[in-house]
Ligand binder design. Structure first.
Ligand code: MV4
Length: 449
């Protein structure tokens, strides 16, 4: 087992990883930018190294600085968290070349699954259900031919894309030229490659993702699904586990299919397979080769500490249990609390003058915020995650309502009122929503600016 782990991340996740290490008797190294010198995990970690100025490019994305910090402090392993360098295969490779363990999959597994076209190919060969689609598109004419083969509507996507950038939908031959050209241009501007491909467009899917854990010996288990359909502009707002749309037999079926696929692909550590779910069918979208923001709802329902499992797997331990040992209990819901204007979503950094987090049975608040802390303007606006867990979905909704009422954050605007609004809508209460619902709801009820 590792003696010392360097946490190559910031904010609530850095604290979360520190906590797992602490409980495992592993010493921690916190790396931070100049702007994060006062962060809680920096104070709690055994050692702290300033790796550069506030700008992420010069600190949290600075591969050399992070590896130097690991070498100087003698860290055995680096946990990348999510975002930043967590899915950067070159970084994973550099870390391993320096004799340090990267807590995650191998660089080649990252490369295979990070490229949307090779990932789709791997998914097909591994038996995952997928939307009808094309290989890399060569020209507008090629796009038109494929679109008529697949059948409109179609969506054109960048192979290195993500988060909705470089995606264009076409409903007929009239749209295809513009969709192809725009998607390619956006891809060129935003990603390493401007290669684009096409899929059959699903018009009202839910976004359901499966959490898996795989050790270095071919053992794979799944920890159930998360429904992440409540999102706006590709930013998740509320996630829940299990999905209100699935029944037990569907869960077992997709779980089995996913585990078999991961065994065939050959993968190690934690991973999440994203699907679109429409009219009772799953369609593989992409695989995330990292820990996800919303992992706590899976932890609540399965009782498994996913970060500890990541560390154990990276240290060479075999999974300590089989699929039959995993029990799912109750229902969990996560609200992402952002320092943003709840109506305009404009980021709203600043000094927290009052902080009172809710408590009680089944409440978890993951955050680094404390009274007097000043939120820096350089990073993502998420400042806390509120996770509630209860026996049933209705009980979880009641608990969530109560917890949001108790949550006091003064000094900055937050999205707490937005969450209170969403969970009082009957489409949410009935669990009848798809990926477009929140955007449509917001547009309908947008305060006239
Ligand atoms: C799709 C789709 C419908 N049909 N692909 C959005 C970003 C990236 N994860 C893929 N995305 C989508 N791909 C097909 N064939 C709809 C979306 C999509 C979406 C997917 C999941 C969660 C939220 C979304 C919001 C808008 C569009």
């Amino acid at each position: 087992m590792f003696e010392k782990v360097l946490i190559a991340n910031r904010g609530e996740l850095a604290l979360r990883i520190h906590r797992a290490c602490r409980e495992m008797g592993i010493r921690t190294v916190a790396v931070h930018s100049e702007a994060d010198a006062n962060a809680m995990h920096v104070r709690l970690a055994d050692e702290a190294v300033c790796i550069g100025p506030a700008r992420s490019a010069e600190s949290y994305l600075n591969k050399q600085a992070i590896i130097s910090a690991a070498l100087i402090t003698g860290a055995d392993a680096i946990h990348p968290g999510f975002g930043f360098l967590s899915e950067n295969a070159d970084f994973a490779e550099m870390v391993e070349l320096h004799g340090i363990t990267f807590i995650g999959p191998t660089a080649e597994q990252m490369r295979l699954l990070g490229d949307k076209i090779t990932a789709r190919q791997a998914a097909i060969e591994a038996g995952l259900p997928i939307t009808p689609g094309s290989a890399a598109l060569e020209s507008v004419e090629d796009a038109r031919v494929w679109a008529n083969k697949i059948g409109y509507p179609v969506i054109i996507k960048a192979k290195d894309g993500g988060g909705g950038k470089g995606m264009k939908v076409a409903f007929s031959d009239e749209d295809i030229a513009e969709a192809y050209t725009m998607a390619k241009a956006e891809a060129k501007a935003a990603f390493p490659s401007d290669v684009v491909y096409m899929e059959k467009y699903l018009q009202h899917p839910r976004h359901i993702e499966m959490q898996i854990l795989a050790d270095k010996y071919g053992n794979v288990i799944h920890l159930g699904e998360r429904d992440c359909s409540i999102q706006r502009n590709h930013q998740k707002v509320i996630e829940e586990c299990p999905s209100p749309a699935l029944n037990q037999s569907q869960r077992q079926e997709i779980g089995q299919i996913v585990c078999n696929a991961i065994k065939k692909i050959g993968y190690q550590n934690a991973g999440t397979l994203e699907f679109m779910y429409e009219d009772g069918k799953f369609y593989f979208l992409e695989m995330n080769t990292r820990l996800q923001v919303e992992h706590p709802i899976t932890e609540a329902v399965s009782g498994i500490d996913i970060v500890k499992e990541q560390i154990r797997i990276a240290s060479g331990a075999a999974l300590g249990y089989t699929q039959e040992d995993i029990q799912f209990r109750g229902h969990a819901i996560e609200c992402r609390i952002n320092a943003e204007d709840p109506d305009t979503f404009a980021p709203c950094p600043g000094k927290i003058t009052e902080w009172h987090a809710p408590g009680g049975l089944g409440i978890r608040v993951d955050s680094e915020i404390y009274s007097g802390y000043t939120i820096p303007p350089f990073y993502d606006s998420m400042i806390a995650k509120l996770i509630v867990h209860a026996k049933t979905r209705n009980a979880a909704l009641m608990r969530l309502r109560r917890a949001l009422e108790e949550f006091i954050i003064m000094g900055v605007k937050t999205t707490i009122p937005l969450h209170q609004n969403i969970i009082s809508q009957h489409e949410f209460i009935d669990g009848q929503y798809n990926i477009h619902w929140l955007t449509e709801y917001m547009n309908k009820h947008q305060k006239k600016a």
